[in-house]
Design a protein around this ligand. Sequence first.
Ligand code: GDP
Ligand code: MG
Length: 439
Amino acid sequence: LTERLQGAMKKLRRKGKITEADVKEMMREIRLALLEADVNFKVVKDFTKRVSDRAVGEEVLETLTSAQQIVKIVDEELTATLGGEAVPLNKSPKIPTIVMMSGLQGAGKTTFVGKLAGQLKKNENARPLLIAGDVYRPAAIEQLKVIGEQLDIPVFEMGTEVSPVEIVRQGLELAAQQKNDYVFIDTAGRLHIDDVLMNELKEIKALADPDEILLVVDAMTGQDAVNVAESFNEQLDITGVVVTKLDGDTRGGAALSIRAVTGKPIKFAGTGEKLTDLEVFHPDRMSSRILGMGDLLTLIEKAQADFDEQKAEELAMKMKENSFDFNDFIEQLDQVMGMGPIEDLLKMIPGMSEVPGLDQFKVDPKDVARKRAIVMSMTPAERENPDLLNPSRRRRIAAGSGNSVVEVNRMIKQFNESKKMMQQMTNGNMPAGMDQMFG
Ligand code: GDP
Ligand code: MG
């Protein structure tokens, strides 16, 4: 995905304003990228439409280049599509909170039960009971018992001869007696969806009236995840989703499809085989992962936070009035310093590291300090009116700031160049060389 976007952004970066055609082209790349990340094609179609509607309508922010802005819109829409905010586990007002599992065989249901029960025990001092409802594979009961022993959490089981519904009924009775605060019902899966499995799950649901019915989906499932999620949701009206195996190299497009198709929140993410490998699902992080450009998004956030928009506007006004002075120059330097090394910032943009001439944007803190010292040695009148700086004033400033006249001259020359460049930019033209860097 990153490669595709790099190509698309490279093209966009050479341009100024975003046109509808630019958005279209970028959207084509994003559509392909999402499909590659295994997002369902219908979901992709809806999604890209929403993004392009927004991108075409949106005003161009001062701080962001157009390509960045589209990426930002894509990120925001992805996050929204993934649910916006993290959604916590449903809890019953009176104990026990009943959590029922569902999902295909091997999705990670049993492992998840152990992970979440262990986390609740550790964080809330909870006293969960685990019910072994998968009677089709003897190994499944054993697996849950081993997990229970590891966590020191009791497991209720009745072997493989009793029906799952009966096991759940007796398990719930036991939980009521023991005043367990959480009950986890582990259930059987199948390799594919079938009616016998669904009917069994429906019976368990009717009996237990769970507070939470979680569908566990393997993130590697790809396109098929949509069908799985759709049918489980139709049959059981699930309350939430767990996406497992996000520790693999999958982009996690399945998560986006599932959320879009079922409308049910993804609550947890499994990130490994260990019982501690469980995370609350954060839509914004998942969005970055799907986009595969965490660095780029960090850059955008940084640029937004550090750049005071009002100052930028004031500066633009001054440029127009041709009154850019040394006070503004210093302010500009400080702003750049506040954002960290600008070279690092630029390198975060995909494809940017290849752009020739990046070196000229190196900012050396010592150099900034020197420039600052020179400006500080000017009188307020000189700072506001650089034309006053005749040779004798320059000599005085050099001596006062501990620099050579050559250095003072170089700095004034740089100031004048910077001023010229800023003027060209505010008149809508990018100065030579800069057009490659900024949209
Ligand atoms: P169930 O059939 O749905 O109960 O699935 P299991 O809980 O038995 O898990 C199936 C396999 O997936 C086991 O080998 C687990 O260790 C593994 N597994 C479960 N969750 C994760 C995860 O988040 N990451 C990884 N890497 N493996 C997982
Ligand atoms: Mg299992």
